[in-house]
Design a protein around this ligand. Structure first.
Ligand code: FPP
Length: 266
């Protein structure tokens, strides 16, 4: 049931609690508006394990709740006018985790998409994936590719999952391709420009992130979009990803709107 119809029902039967009203008030008061909404927001969704541990739950419960946050934040980002939302769902280094946790994480895209794909299609969201497809289990890749195919002509928010993604290998692969082209005489090494390199990155065609958010209090990039984040604004919070709310996203965006981006100039 959509929020809209739930609210409609509550209105009809007059069962609005004071909390409902307060929540809605806070929501609209805090919602960023104006011209300079970040076009591309990238998020390192961290702290699922610690969230679960603090509640005496297994780590996978944290990931599962993190999946629910993905839905919440996708809707909120779309509502305020973000055009691209990139979510770091699994890094090339995450394979080092215990097998059972990796298996669980690899089932999440499938579960998420089986629950949400229809609504994403309805809301004109375009799903993309950025990462190495080769090592992904067939069921994970099939679910993601189905979503990519079904939404490819959508023109709304781009929901870009970084899945089996690592920035260094992304750049090494781009360098290899440029080297191949140079060896084949297709390009002159001295003529290589930033744009030539950029075209070979997995984010090709997307604007660089304007705003990077990392949850859980960690202050590092963890091999995430190292090239693309060169001039992004960073926003960190101690909040664990499963508890990250629309309010937090809006706080981050409003803080972004107060920053002066100079790109090395004055
Ligand atoms: C980092 O937290 C989080 C991950 C490695 C996985 C992120 C995945 C999700 C939030 C769900 C993705 C959902 C979809 C739809 C693909 P951590 O486990 O490192 O937390 P910790 O640092 O507290 O241990």
């Amino acid at each position: 049931m959509s929020i809209f119809s739930r609210w409609l029902g509550k209105l009809r039967f007059g069962v609005f609690s004071e909390n409902d009203l307060k929540r809605e008030q806070v929501k609209t008061e805090n919602e960023p508006t104006g011209e300079n909404i970040p076009r591309h927001v990238a998020i390192i969704m961290d702290g699922n394990g610690r969230w679960a541990k603090a509640r005496g739950l297994p780590r996978i419960a944290g990931h599962h709740n993190g999946m629910k946050t993905v839905k919440r934040i996708t809707k909120a980002a779309d509502r305020v006018g973000v055009k691209v939302l990139t979510l770091y769902a699994f890094s090339t280094e995450n394979w080092k985790r215990p097998k059972a946790e990796v298996e669980f994480l690899m089932k999440l895209p499938q579960e998420f998409l089986s629950l949400e794909l229809d609504e994403l299609v309805e809301n004109n969201v375009q799903v993309r994936m950025m990462g190495n497809r080769e090592l992904l289990p067939d069921h994970t890749l099939a679910a993601v590719e189905e979503a990519v195919r079904k939404t490819k002509d959508n023109t709304g928010l781009i929901l870009n999952f970084a899945l089996n993604y690592g920035s260094r290998i992304e750049m090494v692969d781009a360098a290899k391709e440029l080297a191949r082209q140079a060896a084949a005489g297709i390009i002159q090494p001295d003529a290589i420009e930033e744009a030539d390199f950029e075209r070979l990155l997995l984010s090709s065609g997307l604007p660089d992130p304007d705003l990077l958010i990392r949850t859980s209090g960690e202050l590092r990039l963890s091999n995430f979009m190292l090239w693309q984040l060169a001039y992004s604004e960073f926003w960190f919070t101690d909040v664990y990803w499963p508890e990250f709310s629309e309010q937090h996203l809006f706080d981050a965006i409003r803080e972004y709107q107060r920053r002066a981006r100079r790109y090395g100039g004055l």
